[in-house]
Design a binder for this molecule. Structure first.
Ligand SMILES: Cc1cc2nc3c(=O)[nH]c(=O)nc-3n(C[C@H](O)[C@H](O)[C@H](O)COP(=O)(O)OP(=O)(O)OC[C@H]3O[C@@H](n4cnc5c(N)ncnc54)[C@H](O)[C@@H]3O)c2cc1C
Length: 271
């Protein structure tokens, strides 16, 4: 790993100042993706800006408008056990509890996962299905605009993701077929149904980053039952082929998981 300067930020203003002063800087959240990439020589920033000290990037609370606001620096583990999240969107707390292992969960953060936009990650699928709003230091982005592809988001290089806001769904569930070694999703499907009957379905593990499945959404919007998906297929062109599985296999798995996640959503209802 190349040498770098380490700075621990004391305020959001300080983060933004450092991001704009001409030094090649990277934000350090839980370090679970970034430090690995640096060790492999895939990234070599001159400076790391540690966000751990910023209380304003933490929290999990209901807003005055009745939405749920999750701080970017909440760890996966803290959200997995958070009473409010478990009560309002139990499927999302469960998604967090199945990320990686205890060590990664206690260090890795919601914001780090969303900003990293790994095409096999779990949070991006959850947030896309929920139609969440991603709040940065300067604007609010709907999840549909935030995720722009393979390890790619709409964030500017000097932009800080601060929190995520979401409305409570009637039902939400997420299921993944895990890579045994990492627990990343070989394929994962997240599904949210809202009080007006609208359904959003998001696929992770595909070739182009997280994406929605409009045909599945339409079918489930008309009839919220696994049988409504009969005859629907996930296009193999959306999926990648690698040592872990061929695109056809992944596409088949996605269809199986979509049906399973409808069943899960029906049994794991919000309390
Ligand atoms: C062994 C292993 C198994 C894993 N398994 C899974 C899994 O099953 N499912 C899953 O979803 N993930 C998995 N992960 C990834 C894990 O969830 C990471 O925690 C996550 O991808 C990155 O979060 P982080 O807080 O560690 O971010 P970091 O590694 O610190 O940062 C990642 C990137 O995001 C940027 N960033 C961080 N915070 C912000 C912010 N607030 N605003 C703007 N940019 C920011 C950083 O600059 C960096 O580019 C696994 C990781 C490992 C090492």
């Amino acid at each position: 790993m190349r040498e770098f300067e380490y700075c621990r930020a004391r305020s959001v203003d300080e983060v933004l100042r450092w991001l704009r002063d001409g030094t090649d800087s990277k934000l350090l959240a839980g370090g679970q993706s970034l430090l690995g990439a640096m060790k492999l020589g895939l990234m070599a920033p001159e400076r790391l800006i540690d966000l751990q000290g910023l209380a304003e990037l933490r929290g999990c609370a209901a807003t005055a408008g009745g939405e749920l606001q999750l701080g970017a620096m909440q760890s996966h583990a803290s959200l997995a056990r958070h009473a409010l999240l478990r009560g309002l969107v139990p499927g999302l707390a469960r998604l967090a509890s199945h990320i990686a292992d205890e060590q990664v969960r206690s260090q890795g953060t919601l914001g780090g996962s969303l900003a990293n936009a790994d095409p096999a990650a779990c949070w991006p699928a959850g947030m896309l299905a929920l139609g969440a709003t991603l709040v940065t230091d300067r604007r609010e982005l709907p999840a549909d605009e935030f995720f722009t592809g393979f390890f790619s988001t709409a964030l500017e290089p000097d932009e800080l993701l601060c929190s995520v806001r979401l409305r409570r769904p009637r039902r939400f569930a997420y299921a993944k077929f895990e890579q045994a070694a990492s627990r990343f999703a070989l394929v994962g499907v997240a599904l949210a149904q809202f009080d007006d009957g609208a359904v959003r379905v998001a696929l992770t593990g595909g070739a182009h980053g997280v994406q929605r499945l409009p045909a599945f959404e339409q079918a489930l919007g008309q009839r919220f039952a696994a049988e409504a998906l009969q005859g629907l297929k996930v296009d193999a062109a959306l999926m990648s082929s690698d040592v872990h599985g061929e695109a056809d296999y992944r596409a088949h798995l996605a269809g199986v998981l979509a049906a399973r996640v409808v069943q899960d959503a029906l049994t794991l209802e919000s309390t």
